[in-house]
Design a protein. Structure first.
Length: 459
């Protein structure tokens, strides 16, 4: 934000003709940028801007080209730009026009998603943003003859791609409580009918999701609880966790405690459950019960000995407890955790001597760690911990070469160059082979990877 403010200040200092010349020089280089410049020129004329936006939405609806994974962000950005124009330049002065544009934009969603690889959810996410803005614009616009309740219901029925998942939980922005209660009854009846037709089937899933969405809009935990028990008289831990979190969002902490502390069937909570203890601690914090909060956090730390869980507990601990808790966390991690979790904790606590012992003792398990796990661990190690950095970078280099991931060879080359630099610091390799022997073995094993070695030899 400070950089943006500085840029704005410096741009304001430039002569107007300089900025105009610069913008003219950009025009024609990129189609999306051209449209933004054109919309900027008519931004003060809402009628002209509305016509421009309507045309672009129509074009979006009829496009047929496939959008692959790497292009999806660009399409999402294009839709987001349309949203921003509607929200900031049309809606303040002409909310009914804004609603019509948003309605038309939502109608493009099926085409956009059917022709795209939206694996990262970027396109669906921006359409969900449009849903929220649709509700806000509808509130400021005349209601259709059938009323807003049926209009919302019809959209939810067309929810093949999940973009309307956000409508019912946010429907209170448009519908009064009475209409929300009518919808709740409608969807609850749908759940009951589906269960009556096939008690073991899944036909009730969509109706249940809609009913729980209305409970979210009403901030009504009793309705949410009823919906859960309707389909699961003996709920499992996942369902109980969702219910407890709903109680917490509604700030009904006693309601949450009922489900977090009472004994439930074997399919529900078990006492040694870290998620349950996290929710309990949150309840006790909100109810200003520090002793109970502390006990819940201590129990969680025993189950899940992580740096984050330790840090959450320390503010509640006595001064003379802090070091004991620290050592207890390390001991529990050494007994229960994976090698990556052990190292993450030790690195975060600055226990580098102890982490070296783990690295030597569990080198085989470390080599099995996922590439992203290894890069995360490497990011936690300071430059001064030379031997640890060597071990991790050897693992990363070996991982790339052993899997023959040629698209990542430039990373592997960087690791090898860095290993050479670290070797110049003359580290004590201990039980490990030194760098000269390591690189000899590397060349013997991977010498035929001809696209890799030239990358190593470049500056």
């Amino acid at each position: 934000m400070n950089e943006e403010n500085t840029l704005r200040t410096r741009l304001n200092e430039l002569p107007q003709e300089v900025l105009a010349d610069f913008i003219c020089s950009l025009y024609g280089e990129d189609e999306r940028l051209d449209r933004r410049i054109e919309r900027l020129l008519i931004s003060e004329d809402s009628n002209a801007l509305t016509r421009s936006l309507r045309q672009q939405i129509s074009t979006l609806k009829h496009q047929k080209n496939f959008v692959d994974y790497y292009e999806a962000e660009s399409l999402a950005d294009e839709i987001q730009e349309l949203l921003a124009e509607i929200e900031h330049h049309i809606m303040p002065s002409a909310p009914e026009q804004a609603f019509k544009l948003l309605d038309a934009l939502l109608a493009t969603s099926v085409n956009s998603l059917e022709r795209s690889d939206d694996s990262n959810g970027a396109i669906g996410g921006v359409y969900q943003d449009a849903c929220i803005l649709w509700l806000q614009a509808a509130r400021l616009s005349p209601a259709p003859p059938e009323g807003w309740q049926d209009r919302v219901k019809n959209l939810v029925n067309e929810n093949d791609y999940g973009i309307y998942d956000v409508l019912l939980p946010n429907a209170h922005q448009l519908l009064p409580e009475e209409e929300l209660r009518h919808l709740a009854l409608f969807y609850e009846t749908g759940v009951r009918n589906a269960l009556n037709q096939n008690p073991n089937g899944t036909g009730y899933f969509s109706e249940l999701a809609n009913l729980q969405g209305i409970a979210e809009a009403l901030k009504d935990p009793a309705l949410y609880e009823r919906s859960m028990l309707l389909v699961s008289p003996e709920p499992n831990s996942l369902q109980i966790g969702n219910l407890a979190r709903f109680y917490l969002r509604c700030e009904d902490y006693q309601g949450a405690l009922k489900w977090l502390t009472e004994p439930w069937p074997a399919t529900g909570w078990q006492n040694n459950n870290a998620e349950r203890l996290s929710l309990l601690a949150e309840c006790y914090r909100a109810l200003d019960l520090p002793h109970q909060q502390k006990e819940a956090l201590k129990a969680r730390l025993d189950i899940s000995p992580t740096f984050e869980n330790l840090q959450a507990l320390l503010p509640l601990a006595e001064k003379d407890e802090a070091e004991d808790l620290r050592q207890r966390t390390i001991e529990q991690a050494m007994l229960k955790s994976s090698v990556s979790a052990k190292l993450e904790l030790l690195f975060q606590l600055g226990e580098f001597d102890r982490s070296r012992q783990v690295l030597f003792a569990e080198s085989g398990e470390l080599a099995k760690c996922h590439y992203l796990t290894l890069t995360h661990l490497l990011g936690l190690v300071p430059a001064g911990a030379v031997l640890i950095r060597i071990i991790l970078q050897r693992c990363l280099l070996d991982d790339i070469l052993n899997r023959g991931k040629s698209q990542a060879y430039h990373y592997a080359a960087d690791y090898l160059k860095e290993l050479r630099k670290l070797d110049q610091q003359k580290p004590e390799y201990g039980p490990m082979i030194n760098h000269t022997v390591y690189e000899q073995q590397l060349r013997a094993q991977h010498g035929r990877k001809r696209s890799f070695w030239p990358l190593v030899d470049t500056k």
